[in-house]
Design a protein around this ligand. Structure first.
Ligand code: AMP
Length: 298
């Protein structure tokens, strides 16, 4: 079983073309919806009393949500961000931790034996506490972002030491190590313990580093970009979901997981929030997989 822990959020996203307020978002949301296309996925996290019933229903229809707690006293995590005309660089306006600030690490009994765990971007201390509650996962992958690198860098490094794979975006990798070359960043990530590292470069693709080998790959080209929020999480969910489905993580399987990560990331950005991601099927993924293969073969 694959369990995904992270934020389940209400996102306010502002672009020069459109603003969406308090729409369903969060790292665990994007990652688990994406992963559920590959394996049954269990969600772990918390929301507040203001979390809309329709969003709860959407999650319940695709995921095991026994690990989702609903606070009667606190509000849902809220993230407010803006993109400029290039729809590439994001500025954080507000991060309201709300219910996640006091999250008590607990997992339902049927999650304990999870063989696969994805720690989507979240407080690294909470991530490490959660990890202790599983009986012995075969594969643990984590993500992180600037907010945690800036506020809890030492804990981010401690967390990286406890996982098999680490995934983060280019600017975060550079920020973490104060290093501007991403190949060096990838080596530094792996030197801290994980067997592999994935660095995402948005529209410029992504890079896998494993066993001293680099695998750079172009992003799936899509002409529709409405909202890049959640691209990295959707990538991470698909990547981990694919490895869980294949039950192996040798270089060839990791490369294929990169393809699936890019495909799901490309779907995520084509509409606001989870709108597109939650409305695609296996055939859509397969079509994009075939097209991607053609593009990458010459
Ligand atoms: P990304 O894949 O990097 O675009 O992730 C976007 C998601 O991250 C949004 O849906 C936010 O709700 C969530 N988010 C933003 N800031 C944080 C944070 N500090 N910790 C955890 N999740 C966050």
């Amino acid at each position: 079983m694959l369990t995904i822990f992270g934020t389940i959020a209400l996102d306010t996203t502002r672009t020069p073309f459109h603003t969406v307020e308090r729409t369903l978002g969060g790292t665990a949301t994007f990652a688990s919806i994406s992963a559920s296309n590959y394996v049954p996925t269990s969600l772990l996290g918390t929301v507040g009393h203001d979390f809309p019933a329709a969003y709860l229903e959407l999650l319940k229809n695709r995921l095991n949500i026994r690990g989702l707690t609903i606070s009667q006293t606190e509000k849902t995590f809220h993230y407010d961000s803006s993109f400029g005309f290039d729809l590439a660089k994001r500025t954080t306006n507000k991060t309201e931790l709300n219910v996640i600030a006091n999250y008590q690490s607990t997992i339902p009994d049927d999650y304990i034996d999870s063989e696969y765990v994805y720690l989507a971007n979240n407080d690294p201390v909470q991530n490490m506490n959660i990890l202790k509650l599983f009986s012995g996962p075969k594969l643990v992958i984590c993500d992180t972002m600037d907010f945690w690198i800036v506020n809890k860098r030492d804990d981010v490094i401690k967390m990286i030491k406890k996982v098999d794979g680490i995934m983060l975006n280019e600017s975060e990798a550079k920020l973490l190590f104060k290093e501007n070359n991403i190949l060096k960043c990838a080596r530094l990530l792996v030197s801290n313990g994980p067997a592999f590292a994935v660095i995402n470069k948005g529209e410029n693709g992504s890079l896998l580093f494993h066993n001293d080998e680099f695998f750079p790959i172009a992003a799936y080209p899509t002409e529709i970009i409405k909202d890049p929020t959640g691209a990295g999480d959707s990538f991470g969910g698909a990547f981990t979901g694919y490895l869980s489905q294949q039950e192996k993580w040798d270089l060839k399987t990791l490369k294929n997981a990169m393809i699936h990560g890019n495909i799901m990331g490309s779907f995520a950005i084509e509409d606001y929030g989870v709108e597109k991601l939650a409305n695609i099927n296996a055939e859509d993924i397969q079509k994009r997989y075939q097209k991607y293969k053609e593009i990458l073969t010459f």
